[in-house]
Design a protein. Structure first.
Lengths: 168, 162
């Protein structure tokens, strides 16, 4: 199959071999990856909770988003680069891992949810922010984001517990 | 001469809870997921407060207000970690006992908790005028301590005892 042959090719690259053969490199990437996802989830959860009416209620949503997004994107960058390198070290194994496939699907959904939020209801933030009542659609986006990121963390951990897969 | 704590760790691992978790990969995975979510809450909220102390606040919101409104979630994150962490520990207490990263984490955690609820809290609630150097030092120390706890935690999994 097409995706499988891509994964086989990735596994054959020198980069893949380098990460696979170095415990030190693999562990460092693993640590950066965990830190990245903790940053992404930890920051985005604050926006999600605010949309749902918890946490920083006296802070306007637009102010919170403006402050938090750089940290979220920074964490996301760490997560994607380290995740890509970790993937490259065992691409075929990942191809066969159900948890990995679920994680990629959840990531796509989380991205789609954020994109729709920013392209639709968030465009009117100046209108609904001062009213201190968050519109239902924005609350829904917050709830979806919260659930999806928790599920992404869960799926990520599950990759390590897949049969025959040994990661500290 | 200090008495060895090893028997305590051996006992922890021999308990019903320790043995149950130890023999269930699903339970360990679940506890680790909960532990990570707790960490995300803790790090996310503390990052916002410390960025504010460093001068990267949310709009013109006073640091004390941000800290007060986020305090519930900081404490919730910490509580989640302090419940899930010891449960994970019981499943591999003897290995943790022999892993230096575990002791580094416990030491950093103790310092971080004491620092957070004393000096950090006092400075945050006093609303320092933002570019104050002492506030920056407190914020930097807080970030270093909590990220240190997180890194040492990862280290427990990475560094296996000889």
């Amino acid at each position: 199959m097409f995706l499988l042959s891509i994964c086989q090719w990735v596994d054959s690259t020198p980069l893949s071999a380098m990460v696979r053969q170095s415990n030190w490199l693999f562990s460092t990437l693993d640590t950066i990856h965990t830190l990245g996802i903790v940053l992404v989830a930890g920051t985005i959860m604050l926006v999600d909770l605010r949309l749902l009416g918890f946490g920083l209620r006296s802070v306007p949503v637009a102010q919170l988003v403006a402050r938090i997004v750089p940290s979220t994107l920074g964490g996301f960058g760490l997560m994607v680069v380290s995740g890509g390198l970790l993937f490259s070290s065992e691409a075929v194994k990942m191809y066969h891992s159900p948890a990995f496939r679920i994680k990629m699907l959840l990531l796509a959904l989380a991205g789609l949810n954020a994109l729709i939020f920013h392209r639709t209801i968030y465009r009117d933030v100046a209108h609904w922010d001062p009213a201190s009542v968050v519109p239902a659609r924005a609350r829904l986006a917050g709830l979806l984001s919260l659930v999806l990121w928790i599920a992404i963390i869960a799926a990520g951990r599950a990759i390590a517990y897949a049969p025959g897969y040994d990661l500290g | 001469m200090a008495t060895s704590l090893l028997p305590v760790f051996q006992w922890l691992q021999s308990t019903f809870i320790g043995q149950t978790i130890r023999h269930s990969a699903a339970l360990i995975a679940l506890l680790e997921i909960v532990h990570l979510i707790g960490l995300a809450l803790l790090i996310g909220t503390i990052l916002m407060v410390d960025l504010s102390l460093l001068g990267f606040g949310i709009g013109r919101q006073p640091v004390s207000r941000i800290a007060r409104e986020l305090n519930f979630f900081t404490v919730m994150g910490l509580t989640i970690m302090l419940v899930s962490g010891p449960l994970i520990l019981t499943s591999e207490a003897v290995r943790c006992y022999k892993t230096p990263a575990f002791w580094v984490k416990m030491a950093l955690l103790a310092v971080a908790i004491v620092f957070h609820f004393s000096i950090h809290r006092r400075v945050t609630l006093a609303d320092p005028p933002v570019p104050e150097p002492s506030a920056r030092i407190v914020a930097s120390l807080s970030l270093a301590l909590w990220f240190g706890v997180a890194l040492a935690g990862k280290g427990i999994a990475i560094f296996q005892p000889a």
